[in-house]
Design a protein around this ligand. Sequence first.
Ligand code: SF4
Ligand code: FES
Length: 253
Amino acid sequence: MSTATLEQPPAAEAAIQSFTVTFLIRRFDPDVDTEPRWQDFDVEMYATDRVLDALHKIKWEQDGSLTFRRSCAHGICGSDAMRINGRNRLACKTLIKDLDISKPIYVEAIKGLPLEKDLIVDMEPFFASFREVQPFLVSNSTPEPGKERVQSVAERARFDDTTKCILCAACTSSCPVFWTDGQYFGPAAIVNAHRFIFDSRDDNAQTRLDILNDAEGVWRCRTTFNCTDACPRGIEVTKAIAEVKQAVMRGKP
Ligand code: SF4
Ligand code: FES
């Protein structure tokens, strides 16, 4: 006969407290509003909750019309980049305990792209620039039947950093040049060009370099480092742009 008994949770666990956090969210409904407006919501949260959890609670419990994008909820899909307290971040990667909750937390859509509704912007201009740099492998040779295109560890490492991009647009929409000139390719497109320009298996680097050696290409970058600070994947975006600038001048190394 079993003598096991149900254990009580440890005192520390039982004492975990929730608290009220105020969120100020910049709302915009194109059917009703002529201008965006700020709306406040009080939400019961735990320190380990994320801003995305707050948005879910607001939508599910207070105002079902709140509109935002998210998919994976784990920093992989890149769909929930937004400005949180004036900084571009992923809502699913921003913990409440890392924010100052003695003041309201401001949440708004990323800047520089057309606002569609609440926290959603039209991403098409962003993806148009991405597509323009030909973000895919172009090779003039065919591998032997049944063989892969071989690459050394050092050759793979050359572009490893820029393979991490999740196309969240946090970098591009934090760039002051992009805010004032929506034609600029922007950091994310250059990062994705970098990923293939420096791939030893690719034969189309010069085409991409010519595309980026344009009035709206790499030379618009003013090296403000906003993009590097904003990237949730820790990509050295400004460094990647500098390497593409060098390749434009000297050719693919
Ligand atoms: S470089 Fe970083 S910030 Fe820019 S789109 Fe890619 S993951 Fe997002
Ligand atoms: S929801 Fe996918 S990255 Fe945040």
